[in-house]
Design a protein around this ligand. Structure first.
Ligand code: CP3
Length: 343
């Protein structure tokens, strides 16, 4: 098996820098568009055969070193009793946002096996079809990121509802975070039991918090999720978007790998995170619109700086954008494999 990615997660010797991309399956791929033209996004996520098919597309097309389960961080919120829709214009919509103690009380801690069987089935199909070609990553949102979607009812500009709950009704906010933490521990353990060989926890919105609030309202919960999941003995990756201001805290999350966005110089992030953690990242997704030579320069710069870490997994600093030319993504993966070889 090509286990370069898993070895880099654990900080073991690797022959070259492994690479995968957040949102490597998706709308920028014509093959994905073809599948999606006949089915809406949520139905696709719940169809194990098709979800497995689109998971494998980037593995075959790009030659990446890991596959990531095709699903969404918001899927388990439906199982908690929320109504979820995806609109082409607005993105995710949760039509009855959580704003009170009663609405938190009503949230169900799902029985993952009974309520999310398609996740288990998709992972099982994938492990079989991948035939150990590359490892399979499972994932979830972090408690804080999921809480923002639940409280705002979708994406937000200034997260006022979330912060109002934190500041004016903190027992209710903490109660919600506790429920999410319990749900995530069983959800991620379930993915690992089904066959996920590593898991990534996405904290897409942690960076909107003042460091003092991150420390109090978000960090303790994600730390608990990570420490419980580590008992399952697979590598845990914690991706924090807009991480620069909170790296001091993030360093103590317990994750084997920290994923960083592109707004921070990866050399600075490595210095702050220290020698015990593998770093993942952090090319600006828009760099995939650069001419090939300039793109290669950026890739080399990140690879060169990545050498100063315990270990480095190449990735973007956030997800691939739908408008991205596929040939540039292929060129990027090739550049990582060419220039990332250890001397
Ligand atoms: O390839 C992969 O990375 C695996 C699949 C995956 C998706 N979403 C598929 C998806 C993963 C890991 C996610 C995570 C996710 N989902 C996050 C964390 C990462 C991040 O981007 O910050 C978040 C915040 C979401 C919530 C979400 N899902 C939004 C805001 C949107 C709409 C905007 C957008 O980027 O498309 C989605 C939809 C979504 N999730 C699509 C895909 C392929 C597009 C759906 C489509 O129209 O086909």
């Amino acid at each position: 098996m090509n286990d370069t990615f898993l070895r880099a997660c654990r900080g073991e010797e690797v022959e070259y820098t492994p690479v995968w991309l957040m949102r490597q399956a998706g709308r920028y791929l014509p093959e994905y568009q073809t599948v999606r033209s006949n089915i809406d996004f949520l139905t696709l996520c719940k169809n194990p055969k098709l979800a497995a098919e689109v998971t494998l597309q980037p593995v075959d097309i790009l030659g990446v070193d890991a596959a990531i389960l095709f699903s969404d961080i918001l899927i388990p919120l439906e199982a908690m009793g929320m109504r979820l829709e995806f609109s082409d214009k607005e993105g995710p919509v949760l039509s009855e946002p959580i704003r009170s103690k009663t609405s938190v009380e009503k949230l169900i801690i799902p029985d993952v096996e009974d309520d999310l069987p398609f996740i288990f089935d998709t992972i099982r199909i994938l492990r079989k079809e991948l035939e150990n070609k590359v490892p399979l990553i499972g994932f979830s949102g972090a408690p804080f990121t999921l809480a923002t979607y639940m409280i705002e009812g979708g994406t937000s500009k200034n997260f006022l509802h979330t912060k109002k709950m934190m500041f004016q009704n903190s027992p209710v906010f903490h109660y919600l975070m506790e429920k999410l933490t319990d749900m995530l521990i069983s959800y991620l353990s379930f993915q690992i039991k089904a066959g996920a060989q590593a898991v990534q926890v996405f904290d897409s919105w942690a960076g909107i918090l003042a460091p003092v609030d991150y420390k109090k309202f978000a960090f303790p919960y994600v730390k608990k999720v990570i420490s419980e999941i580590k008992k399952e003995r697979v590598p845990v990756i914690y991706f924090v978007n807009n991480c620069a201001g909170i790296l001091k805290e993030v360093k103590n999350s317990g994750a084997d790998v920290i994923g960083v966005d592109w707004r921070v110089d990866i050399a600075d992030a490595i210095k702050k995170l220290g020698k015990k953690i593998t770093i993942q990242g952090n090319l600006d997704p828009c760099a995939l619109f650069l001419p090939k030579e300039k793109l290669e320069e950026r890739v080399k710069d990140i690879l060169w700086k990545g050498e100063t870490a315990k270990s480095h997994i190449f990735n973007l600093g956030h997800g691939v954008l739908p408008q991205t030319p596929v040939e540039n993504v292929i060129a990027m993966v090739e550049a990582v494999h060419t220039y990332g070889r250890r001397r």
